[in-house]
Design a protein around this ligand. Structure first.
Ligand SMILES: CC(C)(COP(=O)(O)OP(=O)(O)OC[C@H]1O[C@@H](n2cnc3c(N)ncnc32)[C@H](O)[C@@H]1OP(=O)(O)O)[C@@H](O)C(=O)NCCC(=O)NCCS
Length: 183
């Protein structure tokens, strides 16, 4: 079913947003031929993009792209089986829109498309993880879109090497909470 959705049904579940139509934004699953242009999104993107495409090919995820003129401007990764600590339903990770085009509704469209696809696949719940201190604004954004904190513990999702304003590398710990939405 998820593979069928990827190939045929995406258009039928896409939520309508006339603002994005006017901007020429389309949403579809990534293809291997997108790799060169996906790679321009972020510096660490090429390797991650290849892994996501492999995962999509084996049926674990749907790798959604928002595109303008067939150039990627945003991504979302829909996992058919949750990868958060909420065990039931689908989950979304790697929601990202290029800084120049934020605030136009593209992130919302990627998220709503993920929800519609999960619903169409017969799933009744979707979850995502957010860092509530680093990403307070995004947490409120998810709340506005109907996501709720089920009261779980904050947990260490990943550690990344970052560079501070003085050029010094440091290890950033991404402590997150899960948020859930009924579909
Ligand atoms: C979160 C994100 C995907 C939202 O995409 P978007 O296309 O800007 O979102 P929309 O236009 O649909 O909605 C706008 C909301 O996004 C959030 N947002 C976060 N950063 C933003 C920014 N720099 N500019 C505009 N909106 C931003 C805000 O909550 C905003 O609503 P508000 O202005 O009322 O607070 C995008 O801001 C992004 O890529 N951020 C960096 C990566 C990230 O934090 N991802 C989420 C990890 S949990």
């Amino acid at each position: 079913m998820p593979q069928d959705l990827r190939r045929q049904a995406l258009a039928s579940v896409l939520p309508q947003d006339y603002r994005l139509d006017r901007l020429g934004v389309t949403i579809r699953a990534a293809e291997p031929s997108d790799l060169p242009t996906i790679s321009c999104l972020r510096s660490d993107e090429p390797e991650r993009a290849r892994r996501r495409l492999d995962s999509q090919e084996s049926g674990h995820v749907l790798y959604l792209l928002a595109l303008i003129n067939n150039l990627p401007v945003g991504t979302a990764l829909l996992h058919w089986q949750s990868i958060t600590r909420v065990p039931v339903g689908a989950s979304v990770s790697d929601l990202y829109v290029i800084p120049q085009l934020r605030g136009l509704g593209i992130g919302t469209q990627l998220l709503k498309t993920s929800e519609a696809l999960a619903r169409a696949a017969g799933l009744h719940q979707i979850s995502l993880a957010v860092n509530p201190t680093e990403n307070r604004r995004v947490r409120h954004y998810y709340e506005r879109l109907g996501y709720r904190d089920p009261g779980g513990q904050t947990y260490l999702n990943a550690t990344y090497t970052r560079v501070d304003e003085n050029g010094n590398e440091y290890v950033f710990e991404d402590w997150v909470v899960d948020m859930v939405k009924r579909l």
